[in-house]
Design a binder for this molecule. Structure first.
Ligand code: NDP
Length: 479
């Protein structure tokens, strides 16, 4: 199926009529083409957004809220269609797309449709100076949203929903590897009555289409989720134009297991936090540290449970591990398994490609557990972003804290313990934007989301996102 750009409420071929093949990860086949858009397509999207901005920014909050909630309802009504498209495009199990990705995309619109009606600004009376200050929160204008391939619609809408709720118009680009659900979203927006030009979706390559959005002098803010190297590049391009930037980048998150935890709960959740979405979630706990006392027990149980997981076609209901997103990504992950061997890591399970009968050219890899000899090795320091985790034992709270923090990233961390004081000590000292205790990826959309160090700048979620997508203007009146 071929897809088109969505500009000013209509679907268009790219101006230069250049196209990129779209591969299905489950069987490696080309199943459609997507626009290879240029600067001119981005400019057309910008013009549509700019012309609609005066109207949209003055639309009442109730009306904006109503439209966002309508988009949410239509996504829910089209759950099966969107889940099938997402699974085919990305390789993720259809069960995951149905239970998590698409419902969450719907929640993003519903949440920000409601949040905008509660978004208050501050006022201060300057006692003794006979003045009062109040702060306006004004939409920025035309903003750019660029998202990655791992949770395509989930992360795309996590940006778009707050941007339009706050009264901005958007030029957005999904990953070229997984454009399908973003394409379908255009139809839903029209059906929901979103005025044309509020949301414009331009498909294409990061280095050209994405770059054109970042370089555009009048797109005043960029909300980006993706790799750390791309984030650094975008920051360099955007800085001389003083754009507002929100960067959600890579992670190498520690999963720290103490002997006093609820063992079964920890084991079940650790399987999920290691391999959900083939380990291609920025929040996956890719470095597992286990207290020495229970290390051997954990190793045995964990590996046995991993071996029982089914790697298979994403459309089969009992598939636990689907396909990796692309051939180049599969090769990158395999290369890390080789690096682990060179670094004297022990492959406890997995490590090989899987041939799924009938889909021999798909990008399947066994879930892989590597016992590492030390925490400094590359597989323990670099983001692999695949179905690969490292494990190693630790003796004390201090040593594990040091190891947990000794990476360039700082997105999330998980701690398993029933000791309250330890929980408090560790949560305070872990260098991460998000700490989970006795759980993983439990999300409340009101909470701030984002990372420290090389995992990003700024926070998304709740009012943080609405603050990002607005400019604060203080007005001081002397009476
Ligand atoms: P990339 O950085 O390669 O790409 C992300 C997006 O940026 C894609 O749409 C890409 O387009 C685009 N892009 C690439 N180059 C440029 C450029 N020069 N200018 C503008 N846009 C550009 O990341 P991946 O898609 O590979 O995603 C995986 C990464 O995302 C991992 O590092 C992961 O940790 C991170 N991530 C972070 C999250 C967080 O919340 N912190 C959440 C999810 C993922 P195209 O794909 O078409 O090249």
């Amino acid at each position: 199926m071929n897809i088109q750009n969505y500009i000013n409420g209509k679907f268009h071929n790219p101006i230069e009529n250049n196209w990129i093949d779209n591969h299905c990860p489950a069987n490696g086949e080309v199943y459609g083409q997507i626009p290879n858009s240029t600067k001119v397509d981005v400019e057309n999207a910008y013009i549509a957004a700019k012309s609609t901005f005066p109207l949209w920014s003055q639309t009442t909050l109730e009306e904006r809220s109503r439209i966002l909630i309508r988009i949410s309802e239509l996504l829910e009504a089209n759950l099966d269609r969107f889940a099938a498209a997402e699974s085919k495009d990305n390789g993720k199990p259809i069960s995951l797309a149905k239970a998590v990705d698409i419902p969450r995309a719907a929640s993003n619109f519903r949440f920000f449709g409601n949040a905008i009606t509660q978004f208050a600004s501050e006022s201060h009376e300057s006692i003794g100076q006979q003045a009062v200050n109040y702060t306006l929160r004004q939409p920025i204008g035309v903003v750019g949203c660029i998202s990655p391939w791992n949770l395509p619609l989930y992360l795309f809408t996590w940006k778009i929903a707050p941007a339009i709720a706050a009264g901005n118009c958007v030029v957005a680009k999904p990953s070229e590897v997984t454009p399908m659900s973003a394409y379908l979203l255009g139809e839903i927006c029209n059906e929901a009555g979103l005025p044309k030009g509020v949301l414009n979706i331009v498909h294409g390559l990061g280095g050209s289409t994405g770059q054109a959005i970042v370089e555009h002098p009048d797109i005043k803010a960029i909300s980006f989720t993706g790799g750390t190297a791309t984030g650094a590049h975008i920051a360099r391009v955007a800085a001389p134009m003083f754009k507002k930037l929100s960067l959600e980048l890579g992670g190498k998150n520690p999963n720290i297991i103490f002997a006093d935890c609820d063992y079964e709960d920890m084991l079940n959740t650790t399987i999920r936090s290691s391999f959900a979405n083939q380990g291609q979630i920025c929040l996956c706990g890719s470095r597992i540290f286990v207290e020495e006392k229970i290390y051997e027990q954990f190793k045995t149980d964990f590996v046995a449970r991993i071996k029982a997981l089914k790697t298979g076609h994403p459309s089969e209901a009992d598939t636990n591990i689907g396909a990796l997103v692309s051939k180049p990504h599969l090769e990158k992950v395999k290369e890390y398994i080789n690096i682990a061997k060179e670094e004297n890591g022990i492959i406890l399970c997995g490590g090989n490609e899987v041939t799924v009968a009938g889909y021999e050219n798909g990008y399947y890899l066994e879930p892989t557990v590597i016992e590492v000899p030390n925490d400094d090795c590359r597989v323990n320091q670099e983001e692999i972003f695949g179905p690969v985790v490292t494990i190693m034992p630790f003796k004390t709270e201090d040593t594990v804290l040091q190891m947990a923090n000794k990476v360039k990233y700082g997105l999330s961390a998980t701690i398993w313990t029933n000791d309250l004081k330890r929980t408090m000590r560790m949560s305070n000292q872990l260098q991460a934007g998000i700490v989970w205790v006795n759980t993983w990826m439990m999300r409340d959309l009101r909470t701030p989301f984002g990372g420290v160090k090389a995992s990003g700048v700024g926070r998304e979620g709740g009012f943080e996102a609405l603050r990002f997508f607005t400019e604060a203007k203080n007005v001081c009146i002397k009476y």
